[in-house]
Design a protein around this ligand. Sequence first.
Ligand code: ADP
Length: 391
Amino acid sequence: MTQSPTDDAFGTNSPAYFDASDAGALQTLLSTILASVPDAMIVIDESGRIVAFSAAAEAMFGYQAEDVRGKNVSCLMTDADRPHHDEYIGTYLKTGRRRIIGIGRVVKARLADNREIPVDLKIGEAKIGEHRLFTGYIRDLSEQQRAEHRLREMQAELTNFSRLSVVGTMASAMAHELNQPLTAVANYLEASRDLLQTPDENSVAMAQDALDGAAKQSVRAGRIIRRLRDYVSRGEISTRVVSLPPLVADAVMLAQSGPKAHARIIKALDPNLPDVMADPVQIQQVLVNLIRNADEAIGPRPNTAIEIRIHSRTDAEIVVEVADNGPGLPADREHLFRPFSSTKEMGMGFGLAICQTIVEAHGGEIWARENSPHGAVFGFTLPLAPPNTQT
Ligand code: ADP
């Protein structure tokens, strides 16, 4: 079919004054497109050489079009991508197998000042006779990624804040409620000491009464602590069918957003992991606590790793383990899960107690053991969701 001047890329509606066979008119059109296309646009030939470079590409990359025209497009790529680019084009031309053309991909671009930025790259293809041109449209994702990163940080801060505020509220409530029995214990003991300075039958009997009072107040203090501990979980667990992999991914992200995050985190999740019945926020809290504890125990040493392993144990429960290659459990491991049991200078010793309360409220159990060859493993169980609710 012969092309009439109007039967071109614009279809039959192209304006009569535009003649697509006029090289000058086409050149003007191309220049206008290159000057005004909002995304960075780069046209390359089949050997990878840059044929056209839009004004937006100049602004993004910091090169003038004449600096890069004729050069291989790999000069805009990172060291990781550069050696493979010619091969990609070659493979595509030979096999027709598309890895990026028409699909689009997020890649890294290298700017004139050597900075590397994340970009969204879309590629279109044009055939001119036997030859082909490839047009890349590139959008800078740095701002979007910065905003996403900030959002994740804010979410992490919020979760951390609410965790601190739960602990803070609990600690101040405890301090307030414990103050009274502890003051009474101190008063009874001081009175007994004074009474026993000049012991006679009467003062010994009074000292015995005072010591009795001190013992009763200590028991009361213990009851307050237990009540507060129960309070943390009472009525707050609301379980539903939960898939663990996304929950683990979020917990890892939150745990790593803390100031100390040093260790590499490896996830060893059974690919056919069944769903569990859990309160996702609470179980995420348990995982974040265990991962942060592991990270703090390991500290900034080389080759550190935390492994999160999840597997089914029976057809009713699943085991979640957080294993590290740190120094291992402290000698006094009997009391790990008790409140105020901490080996850290600033530790409150609440973390594991809260984890235990949450896991037990789910009907599971929690434990700690030594890892092999060194390190610690904290594990807990969760009930599986009923078979008819599995996704
Ligand atoms: P805190 O973090 O405030 O000390 P926790 O209840 O979370 O309170 O932890 C109690 C103690 O358990 C820690 O002080 C530490 O001695 C020990 N511990 C917890 N996790 C680990 C671990 N992965 N490796 C070694 N010790 C640990």
